[in-house]
Design a protein around this ligand. Structure first.
Ligand code: FES
Ligand code: FES
Length: 190
């Protein structure tokens, strides 16, 4: 039996100790915002936070998280940094197919939690392990800068509430918001 904190709640799993954490999250806990890409620790699609650090869940045995805290994109839903990132993601139309975006956001959140005003080089370094086949890298960089600026200016919260309940696991929904005419966005339509 493996006991750990999962998205803020104590969780116990009776699974093989060498099962990849990603399998435990998706197949046993039925939480599917974290994606499978390469299965070899190379693409970043499966990124979660382990005690706050970005971690590739496809190559981490579930036994390694015993007594530790795992957070997925779902568990970060109401985190202020993630909310600012999500708003910026939409503002810059980052998600394309959306498949990599859960992992991208988790890496971006870990970056901003440790570095509130990252440079381009900081961003490129922190995000280098997250691959996007749709080539959204330049938008991701802009959106991280935007989120950092928003977090640095507490008064600049216009629009954050609009996205606070948007589903992290469904970037089709986020993309629909992102591509809506500017007027519709301002009116909260999608
Ligand atoms: S699926 Fe884990 S790094 Fe690619
Ligand atoms: S948005 Fe399609 S893989 Fe990144």
């Amino acid at each position: 039996m493996i006991t750990f904190m999962f998205n803020g709640e104590r969780q116990q799993l009776d699974v093989a100790a060498d099962m990849p954490l990603l399998w435990a999250i998706r197949d046993h806990l039925k939480v599917n915002g974290t994606k499978f890409g390469c299965g070899k620790g190379l693409c970043g699609a499966c990124t979660v936070h382990l005690d706050g650090a970005p971690t590739r869940s496809c190559v981490l045995p579930v036994a390694a998280v015993a007594g530790r805290a795992v957070t997925t994109i779902e568990g970060a839903e109401h985190d202020p940094v993630m909310t600012a990132l999500r708003r910026a993601w939409i503002e810059y139309g980052v998600p394309q197919c959306g498949y990599c975006q859960s992992g991208q956001l988790m890496s971006a959140a870990a970056l901003l939690n440790g570095n509130s005003r990252p440079s381009d080089e900081d961003i490129d370094s922190a995000m280098s392990g997250n691959i996007c086949r749709c080539g959204t890298y330049s938008r991701i960089r802009k959106a991280i800068h935007r989120a950092a600026a928003t977090l640095a200016s507490p008064g600049d919260t216009a629009g954050i509430e609009q996205y606070a309940g948007a589903g992290f696991g469904n970037f089709v929904e986020l993309k629909a918001v992102a591509v809506a005419p500017a007027g519709a966005r301002e009116e909260g339509q999608s």
